[in-house]
Design a protein around this ligand. Structure first.
Ligand code: PQQ
Ligand code: CA
Length: 596
């Protein structure tokens, strides 16, 4: 073990002792100080932690009006438009410097922690890597129940990720890595029903946070690094019975079907692994679609390859296609459109305000489309560095180095939009990737089919992914940049970057914007930061001991505003190699912060 690693280990041990101390002091403070405002009658102001009852009875009506519900965080992106904006402002740019942890919860499951919790009526619902689900008192971190699945066989490209649960009508819905969608009783965490969405032996998995709407649970499948034909599927929330399924790769007779040569559409990829937005007024479900397969070798799938790397809208009642807009035609770089689509209004070139949908792609720009027809309104300026070699076809007799690569740009990180500042906040990674192409020897269901080598590189060498060929492959690092990250505020009315914060490591996990003129986001070194939403000035940070690579949320219980975020690091795309180099470890923490 190098000195550097040793000192990293020591820091983590010391900080965890510190956290335990914080938890203790605050737990005592909690019993002494009842909430400032009367609690809901079923709880009572003198309620102890143990008395808090789990209530997951969020109704359709409540979800539709989630924007008016200032206290709760009812949906993945807080509201169906996925803006991740909260009107709470007790914590604001003027006082955030005094923000303190009130509890640091440890879930017991360390690993790539990407969860965005749901909070309802003082209860926080969390999912961990490997799909454990836990219910906590959202003010103290006291655990109320836990679901520990016996996962079946899994075949995963990028780690044991779970991005979150959905809570509706007394149930908690979790997509599992083994391809199952499971409904839990929200009061107890016991399984109510379980449905297989995709066969894990064929490399289908669920890492997505499900969406819930109008009696349905909607999920998409991961698996596009394997020869799959992926889909989005809606299930009856009461029974788990399939309501509709939409294949993200059209057959030849469907719209866009001619954009695949031969039979390539049958195994064309097109994963969907981030939470869809819902436009209730238009009756649309809108989401991003992942890469085509094979990833780097496109000669056997000639054409644009619809609907991969696209923003896609379906009629939510039937699952029928409404429109799509492709960000990257005929992708050979694994440029999934994999961040949540955000619904917002922007000005068109004539200054007219129009309903839009936006997604910040892996290729490093925000795509803004008209929500009525999917027409591209504009692309933002790049929010990461783009190499001159970008868009070079991976050669079969050599290699090409490109940035951004398959980690983005924006990796899957949920963006935020503040209607107060009219700015769109997005994280980004500057990282070189080495690509080469190779015609796959054969196609075997459930076996990786990358069509060559793609791997992140630093100026010092490869960050090996352990994928076939990557380890054995001699890497070339000429032109490689040091991996770094940024957080950008983008004006989507003109596509310009208003401010940008730079981080020493890739930034991924997601952003929260609040009416307190604040933006919260994490860094891989464990820092959880608050910025002035207008100016980008960093106002506060707290180190959570391992990478804050998850989306923060905020909520209010008994009149107190809390901010929470998961911290565990990230296991995808060579990030464990980077973390090891810097002496950083995987973790299992959820930090809960307040002004008290
Ligand atoms: O195409 C796919 O099916 C798929 C799925 C996932 C996933 O489900 O996590 C990732 C990717 N692709 C991917 O390309 C990628 O870079 C990636 C990073 C991560 C992560 O959790 O940090 N997941 C995934
Ligand atoms: Ca992918």
């Amino acid at each position: 073990m190098s000195d550097r690693q040793k000192s990293g280990l020591r820091t983590v041990l010391l900080t965890s002792v510190f956290y335990a101390g914080v938890g203790l002091t605050l737990a005592v403070a909690q019993t002494k100080t009842p909430g400032e405002q009367p609690a809901p009658p079923e709880h009572g102001t003198q309620q102890t932690q143990a008395a808090r009852q789990v209530n997951g009875n969020i109704t359709d009506q409540q979800r539709l009006q989630a924007d008016k519900d200032t206290d709760n965080w009812l949906l993945y992106g807080r509201t169906y438009d996925n803006q991740r904006f909260s009107p709470l402002k007790e914590v604001n740019a003027g006082n955030v410097a005094k923000l303190k942890p009130v509890a640091i919860v440890q879930t017991g499951v360390a690993g790539s922690f990407e969860n965005s919790p749901i909070v309802y009526d003082g209860i926080m619902f969390v999912s961990t890597p490997y799909d454990h689900v836990l219910a906590y008192d959202a003010t103290t971190g006291k655990q109320l129940w836990a679901y520990e699945p016996n996962l079946g066989y899994t075949q995963l490209c990028c780690g044991p990720e779970n991005r979150g649960v959905a809570v509706a009508d007394g149930k908690v819905f979790v997509g599992q890595l083994d391809g199952n969608l499971v409904a839990l009783d929200a009061k107890t965490g016991k399984v109510a029903w379980k449905t297989q969405v995709g066969d894990s032996r064929d490399a289908f998995s669920l890492t997505i946070a499900p969406q819930v709407y109008d009696g349905m649970v909607i999920v998409g499948t991961s698996g596009a690094e394997y020869p799959t034909r992926n889909y989005v599927e809606a299930f009856d929330a009461k029974t788990g019975k399939s309501a509709w399924r939409f294949y993200t790769i059209p057959s030849p007779d469907q719209p866009g079907g001619k954009s695949w040569s031969g039979d390539s559409w049958k195994t064309g990829g097109g994963s969907v692994w981030n939470n869809p937005a819902i436009d209730p007024q238009r009756g649309l479900v809108i989401f991003g679609v992942g890469n085509p397969n094979p990833d780097n070798y496109g000669d056997d799938r000639k054409g644009d390859n619809a609907y991969t790397d696209s923003i896609v809208a379906l009629h939510v009642k039937t699952g029928k296609l409404a429109w799509w807009c492709q960000e990257v035609p005929h992708d050979v770089w694994d440029y999934d459109a994999d961040a949540p689509v955000v619904l917002l209004n922007v000005k068109d070139k004539d200054g007219k305000e129009i309903a839009a949908a936006a997604e910040a792609g892996k290729e490093g720009q925000v795509f803004v489309v008209n929500r009525d027809n999917g027409h591209l309104i504009r692309k933002s300026d790049p929010f990461v560095e783009q190499s001159e070699t970008m868009w070079t076809k991976p050669p079969t007799d050599g290699y090409v180095n490109i940035y951004p690569g398959a980690q983005g740009g924006n990796e899957w990180s949920p963006e935020a939009y503040s209607p107060d500042t009219h700015l769109f906040y997005v994280q980004g990674t500057n990282e070189s990737w080495e690509y080469s192409g190779a015609k796959p020897d054969m196609t075997v269901n459930g076996h990786l089919r990358l069509g060559g080598v793609l791997q992140p590189i630093t100026p010092n060498g490869p960050m090996e992914l352990g994928e076939p060929g990557a380890n054995a492959h001699k890497s070339h690092v000429d032109g490689a940049i040091e991996p770094t990250g940024d957080l950008s505020a983008v004006d989507l009315d003109n596509g310009k970057i208003k401010w940008q914060y730079k981080s020493d490591e890739p930034m991924l996990g997601g952003v929260l914007a609040t009416a307190g003129n604040l933006v919260f986001a994490g860094e891989m070194n464990g820092d959880f930061d608050a910025f002035n939403a207008q100016s980008g000035q960093k106002l506060w940070h707290f180190n959570l001991g391992s990478g804050v690579n998850a989306p923060p949320i905020t909520y209010r219980v008994n009149g107190t505003q809390y901010i929470a975020v998961a911290a565990g690091g990230n296991a995808a795309n060579g990030n464990p190699v980077l973390m090891k180099e810097k002496g950083q470890n995987f973790g299992d923490a959820i930090g809960i912060f307040a002004m008290k």
